[in-house]
Design a protein around this ligand. Structure first.
Ligand code: C5P
Length: 216
C-alpha cells in the first residue's frame, strides 16, 4: 500500500532524447534511454499525482497521459500548452543542443562524386530556460549531466535556467547516467548546500526525489 501523498498534484515529466530530423527517414539523436524520466513519472503516478509524460520514446504506461514528440521544438510547444496548469515540471529529457537548419522534404540521395556530406546545424531553444522564465508557482526541476566540474557547472545551471532544483550526475562515473538502471545524484537547491546521494537504482532516485519534494 502506497499512501497517495501526491493526490491532486499535476506533474509533467519529459524523458528521452530528442530526434532532430534531417530528412523523412534520418535524424540526429543521442543516447538517452528515458529511464530516469520514466522512473520519476511512475513513482509520481504511484503516489497519486496526475502525470503527463512528454517523451520521444515509443512507450506506454498505465494511468498516465503520454504525449509523443520527436524534436525539441515539438516538446517545447507541448509544454507551453500545459505548463501554466501544472504543479511540478521535471525536465529529464536530453534535448539536442542543435538541429539541422534545413529539413529535406524528400530522402536525401547519396552523391557518388562526394565523400563529404555537410549538415548545417542551428541552436535549439533551451526549453527549460524558456519555460521556467514563465514560472508562477510551479516547482521546476532540471538535470545536469556533467563529465567535469560537476558542482560549479550544475550551480550555474540552477541560476541561469531559473530552476528550483538541479539533479546533477557525473556521467563519466560508472553506474551513473545514460542507458544504465542506476544513477548517482547530487541535489542542488536554491539557497541550500548541495547534497550528494549514494549510487542507487533510478527508481530509488525517483522515490528519494519525491520524498524530498513532499518534505519541503
Ligand atoms: O545545459 P544542459 O543541456 O546541460 O542542461 C540540462 C537541463 O536543461 C536538462 O534538464 C534538460 O532537459 C534541459 N535542456 C532543455 N533544453 C535544451 C537543453 C537542455 O530544456 N536545449
Amino acid at each position: 500500500f502506497i499512501e497517495k501523498k501526491l493526490a491532486g498534484k499535476k506533474v509533467i515529466v519529459t524523458a528521452g532524447g530528442t530526434k532532430e530530423a534531417i530528412d523523412p527517414v534520418r535524424y540526429i539523436g543521442n543516447r538517452s534511454s528515458g529511464k530516469m524520466g520514466f522512473a520519476m513519472a511512475k513513482v509520481a503516478r504511484d503516489l497519486g499525482a496526475d502525470v503527463t509524460l512528454i517523451t520521444t520514446v515509443d512507450i506506454n504506461f498505465n494511468n498516465m497521459n503520454i504525449i509523443k514528440v520527436q524534436t525539441a521544438s515539438e516538446m517545447m510547444k507541448q509544454l507551453q500548452e500545459i505548463f501554466q496548469d501544472t504543479d511540478v515540471l521535471i525536465m529529464a529529457a536530453a534535448v539536442a543542443d542543435f538541429k539541422p537548419v534545413h529539413v529535406s522534404d524528400q530522402k536525401i540521395k547519396k552523391n557518388n562524386d562526394e565523400d563529404i556530406f555537410n549538415v548545417k546545424l542551428t541552436k535549439n531553444p533551451d526549453i527549460l530556460k524558456t519555460i521556467a522564465a514563465t514560472k508562477t508557482n510551479q516547482f521546476v526541476v532540471g538535470f545536469a549531466a556533467e563529465t567535469q566540474n560537476l558542482l560549479s557547472n550544475a550551480e550555474k545551471k540552477l541560476a541561469s535556467k531559473n530552476a528550483d532544483v538541479i539533479l546533477a550526475n557525473n556521467v563519466s562515473q560508472k553506474g551513473a547516467g545514460f542507458g544504465v538502471d542506476t544513477n548517482q545524484i547530487t541535489l542542488l537547491e536554491k539557497g541550500h548546500e548541495p547534497v550528494k546521494w549514494d549510487l542507487m537504482s533510478k527508481t530509488d532516485v525517483a522515490k528519494k526525489f519525491w520524498d524530498f519534494y513532499l518534505n519541503k
